[in-house]
Design a protein around this ligand. Structure first.
Ligand code: CDP
Length: 225
C-alpha cells in the first residue's frame, strides 16, 4: 500500500511534533507542522500591530494575509518552513505567541488560507502532518490517523522544561493555564474544532516514552500496509 498521508492530531504539547518528525524520518516522508503555520500567522499579526490588548484587527489581518505565502524547503535535518520568504524558529514558540494563536486559528479566513496550502503540500510527496484538524478536515481520507492525549499537568511540565531550556523566563502555572485555555478554545471553536476522528487510533502519552508511542504507531501502520 502506498501511503500518502499520515495525520497526527491532538491536544497541546502531547508530543505530536516529536513523534511526527520521527515517523516522517523513518518512512522518508516530509513532516509538516501545521501548528507552526498558525503560529507564524499569529507572529505576523503581532509584528504588524494587528493585535491590541485583547482585540484583533480582523479586517486588517485578512487583507494582509492574502498577500502572504508559505513554502517548504529542504533543510539539513528536516524541512524548513518559509513564511514570506523567511524562516522562523523559537520566536514562534514563546508564551506570547501561544497566548494569541488559538484566537487567530479560530478565524475561518485564516483556516481557509492555511488548509489550502496544506492540501497542496501533499500532492507532490507523502507527508506526516500534525495539527488539530488534519484527520477530520484537511485529510479525512488520510491513510493513517493518530490522536494524541495526555494529562494537562504533564504536558504543561514538558512545555515548561522546553521553554526554560531555551532560556525563556516562564512560570509553570502560566504554561498550565495556556495549555488548558488552548485546549478549550481549540475544542469549542465553531470551525474545524479539535476532535478525534472516528477512525483515529488514540495514544495516551502521559506515562509512555516517545519510543513506546512510536512503536504503537508503527504497529498500526505495519498491520495495514
Ligand atoms: O505544539 P503545540 O501542541 O503547543 O501547538 P501547535 O501544534 O504549535 O499549535 C498551536 C495552535 O495552533 C493550536 O493551539 C491551535 O490553536 C492552532 N492549530 C490549529 O488550529 N489547527 C492546526 N491544524 C494546528 C494548530
Amino acid at each position: 500500500m502506498k501511503i500518502k498521508v499520515i495525520a497526527v492530531d491532538g491536544y497541546a504539547s502531547t508530543g505530536k511534533s516529536t513523534l511526527s518528525k520521527r515517523l516522517a524520518d523513518a518512512l522518508g516522508f516530509t513532516y509538516i507542522d501545521t501548528g507552526f503555520m498558525y503560529r507564524a500567522v499569529s507572529y505576523f499579526a503581532q509584528k504588524n500591530g494587528f493585535l491590541k490588548e485583547d482585540s484583533i484587527q480582523e479586517e486588517a489581518l485578512k487583507e494582509a494575509l492574502h498577500k502572504t505565502s508559505f513554502s517548504w524547503i529542504k533543510g539539513k535535518s528536516s524541512n524548513v518552513m518559509l513564511f514570506n520568504g523567511s524562516s522562523y524558529g523559537d520566536e514562534l514558540r514563546t508564551l506570547e505567541v501561544s497566548s494569541w494563536v488559538s484566537k487567530i486559528a479560530g478565524f475561518g479566513f485564516v483556516r481557509d488560507h492555511l488548509v489550502y496550502q496544506q492540501r497542496i503540500l501533499s500532492k507532490l510527496r507523502s507527508v506526516v502532518m500534525d495539527g488539530r484538524d488534519i484527520g477530520t478536515v484537511v485529510f479525512p481520507e488520510a491513510d493513517f490517523k493518530f490522536f494524541l492525549v495526555a494529562d494537562a499537568e504533564v504536558r504543561a511540565k514538558r512545555r515548561f522544561d522546553e521553554l526554560k531550556a531555551k532560556g525563556e523566563n516562564v512560570v509553570y502555572k502560566d504554561i498550565l493555564k495556556n495549555v488548558i485555555d488552548r485546549d478549550h478554545q481549540d475544542s469549542t471553536r465553531l470551525i474545524s474544532p479539535l476532535k478525534k476522528a472516528q477512525d483515529a487510533l488514540e495514544i495516551d502519552t502521559t506515562n509512555v516514552s516517545i519510543e513506546t508511542a512510536l512503536e504503537q504507531m508503527f504497529s498500526k501502520i505495519n498491520s495495514k500496509s
